[in-house]
Design a protein around this ligand. Sequence first.
Ligand SMILES: NC(=O)c1ccc[n+]([C@@H]2O[C@H](COP(=O)([O-])OP(=O)(O)OC[C@H]3O[C@@H](n4cnc5c(N)ncnc54)[C@H](OP(=O)(O)O)[C@@H]3O)[C@@H](O)[C@H]2O)c1
Length: 286
Amino acid sequence: MDTFGVIGPGAVGSVIGESLHNSGYQVTFLGRSAGEVFVERADMQETAAFPVEAVSEVKKAFDYVFITMKGSQLEGIMPYLDQLTHEDTVCILCQNGYGQLDTFPIPNAYQAIVYISGQKKGNVVTHFRDRILILPENAGTKKLKESIAASNLELQLSSDYRYEVWYKLLVNVAINSVTALSRNTALILQDEKIQKLCKRLIREGIDIAAAEGVYFWTEITDEIMHIYAGYPPYMGTSMYYDMINEQEMEVAYIQGYLYQKSKAYNLDTPCLDTVYSLLLASEMKE
Ligand SMILES: NC(=O)c1ccc[n+]([C@@H]2O[C@H](COP(=O)([O-])OP(=O)(O)OC[C@H]3O[C@@H](n4cnc5c(N)ncnc54)[C@H](OP(=O)(O)O)[C@@H]3O)[C@@H](O)[C@H]2O)c1
């Protein structure tokens, strides 16, 4: 039977691990240190506990490894990857943004576009909705899909993976930038000036995507603004929470990735350039 490791038992990792565990798969949760993680549903009175092993202590190679910490935390697990993988191990990166794979040392590694909504506080993960991972369609990901077919983790293999990557980047870039920089929740979307700024950030993202050969209809801006309009006013974003908790944000892989592409194609993206500079500046320390 295939073995599964989940490195980073946070909101996304714990939900992936729970999905596999509940369907009888052999899954090991690997955290910074040994302990437990609890997964609770936002809509039900139900909590499940899972043991967590210290990633530095486990000397076992898994067939599949889901890497589910934040992009800014990836460095921390690099020293352990050798001991957790064999030559056929398939690694699935589960971070928002893009570009993480460029520096990743494992050959069979793919980045998932993650549609799982949850939040970790202490060692409790609250799962709000969705269990979807979108991956490029290839022999390795097809095998993974077959292997986990009995679980309720929905693996979608996309023949237009780059479109999916860029769609998620467009969704993330505006809302994460404005909530992190304003240190405020989705409430700020009620302000027309913020709506305009979001639209401009999305349009600049569409131009960058087009330069990369990924094309979106202009209506996509309204579609994404419609998604934002459905967010409850008290909802934060991951960058907002990182900002207010003084944790490193995933700027490099969202705004930073878009900024590097914009510069490479000599595009005029004043809103992106501004938010990217301010986000970087907010993390400057002596
Ligand atoms: N949460 C969502 O709704 C959501 C939705 C879509 C995409 N995403 C993306 O998914 C990724 C993960 O986000 P998340 O919300 O799941 O983050 P999270 O709740 O903070 O979980 C990250 C987990 O990784 C652990 N970790 C960090 N460094 C580690 C290390 N060196 N060794 C072992 N474990 C380590 C953290 O442990 P500690 O608790 O000890 O720090 C934490 O348990 C991010 O890229 C995020 O943007 C999240």
